[in-house]
Design a binder for this molecule. Structure first.
Ligand code: UDP
Ligand code: MG
Length: 323
């Protein structure tokens, strides 16, 4: 058997954080690619914090084998599938590095980019994010909806997110600490990254097609993801109705005056049934939409006030108990 690779006592320079859900096929190529990249950054020590997000295939067993041979590979095994954002949150909390790099296990984010990230980090940037400058690996619909989402999101918030930047980035310890302190359950990672501020810059890259396994996203999930993103970052959808309602009331008053004056001049006149019905239906619809928006927020407030833990860890490997 190979010699077990041990870890130096002091904190590593870079923590690679990877959340995975049913990814046994992707693991070998992932570890290989990371090892190759980190070999080019030989002066930097590193750890790989793997979060097994409740996989039901052989992901965990395989991870354990890797971790037994290399102590720099840490495992946090969730008690069930909580979702990638929670995996990353756990990674940020347990990682020890001076910088952290959240990355996908499917190699859609090329690991070589870490070298570039580190270069920028050394120049003093506290957050270096990857920008996908070519999304031809995504379908037209996905690109269109993504573009629309960025437009709407950035219009509504005070901490805009860079166009086409994903979770793949390098973040300095200061930012990691800031994120670890957050207590919220409705996590929209990109929004949180944007919210932290700090000195940031982007590095362009081409997002690859998934090498192995399948993506766990579909349009319904993406839609909910977008809703989470917006409701977690801005209350504008709640507030605009004050203005819409005010405008409508104002127009209503004007119209009332118009009818009063017209009646005084021309006498009583009853037609208008059709327009009345249209208005009632339209306003009824608008009110229901507003109720729905209220519901989106109230549902999330409900989740937040319960203050449940973000995730439950069933098992840890190569992670000290005092953490
Ligand atoms: N993932 C996860 N929990 C989930 C779904 C996905 O940890 O519930 C991980 C997955 O294993 C991968 C990353 O999140 O490492 C990105 O997932 P995926 O490739 O399915 O998303 P896409 O790249 O299509 O956005
Ligand atoms: Mg992927």
């Amino acid at each position: 058997m190979n010699k077990v690779i041990t870890e130096k006592k002091e904190c590593p320079d870079i923590s690679i954080i990877v959340s995975m859900y049913n990814e046994e096929e992707s693991l070998p190529s992932f570890f290989k690619a990371i090892a190759e990249t980190m070999a080019q950054l030989a002066s930097y020590s590193y750890e790989i914090v793997c979060i097994d997000d409740g996989s039901t295939d052989g992901t965990y067993d395989l991870l354990e084998q890797y971790a037994a041979e290399d102590r720099r590979i840490k495992i946090l095994k969730f008690s069930r599938n909580f979702g990638k954002e929670y995996g990353l949150m756990a990674g940020f909390k347990y990682c020890k590095g001076r910088a952290a790099v959240p990355i996908d296990v499917d190699l859609q984010d090329p690991p070589e980019l870490i070298i570039e990230f580190v270069k920028k980090w050394e120049e003093g940037f506290e957050m270096v994010y990857g920008i996908r400058n070519d999304r031809s690996s995504d379908s037209f619909m996905k690109r269109l909806t993504a573009a629309l989402f960025y437009k709407i999101y950035n219009f509504m918030t005070r901490s805009p997110i860079p166009y086409n930047a994903g979770d793949y980035r390098l973040i300095d310890r200061r930012v990691v600490n800031a994120i670890s302190e957050l207590q919220e359950r409705n996590i929209f990672m990109k929004g949180i990254f944007g919210w932290t501020g700090f000195k940031s810059c982007g590095v362009k890259y081409v997002r690859q097609k998934r090498k192995t396994g399948i993506s766990k996203w579909n349009y319904w999930k993406l839609w909910n993801f977008a809703l989470d993103g917006i409701t977690a970052s801005t209350t504008l959808p709640l507030r605009i109705w004050t203005y819409f309602g005010s405008l409508l009331s104002f127009l209503g008053v004007l119209y009332a005056f118009y009818i009063i004056i017209r009646t005084m001049i021309y006498g009583v006149d009853v037609p208008g049934y059709a327009s009345l019905l249209v208005f009632i239906l339209l306003l009824g619809g608008v009110q229901m939409i507003i109720l729905g928006i209220l519901g989106e927020y109230i549902g999330r407030i409900f989740i937040e006030v319960k203050r449940r833990p973000l995730y439950l860890i069933e098992k840890r490997v190569n992670v000290d108990d005092d953490d």
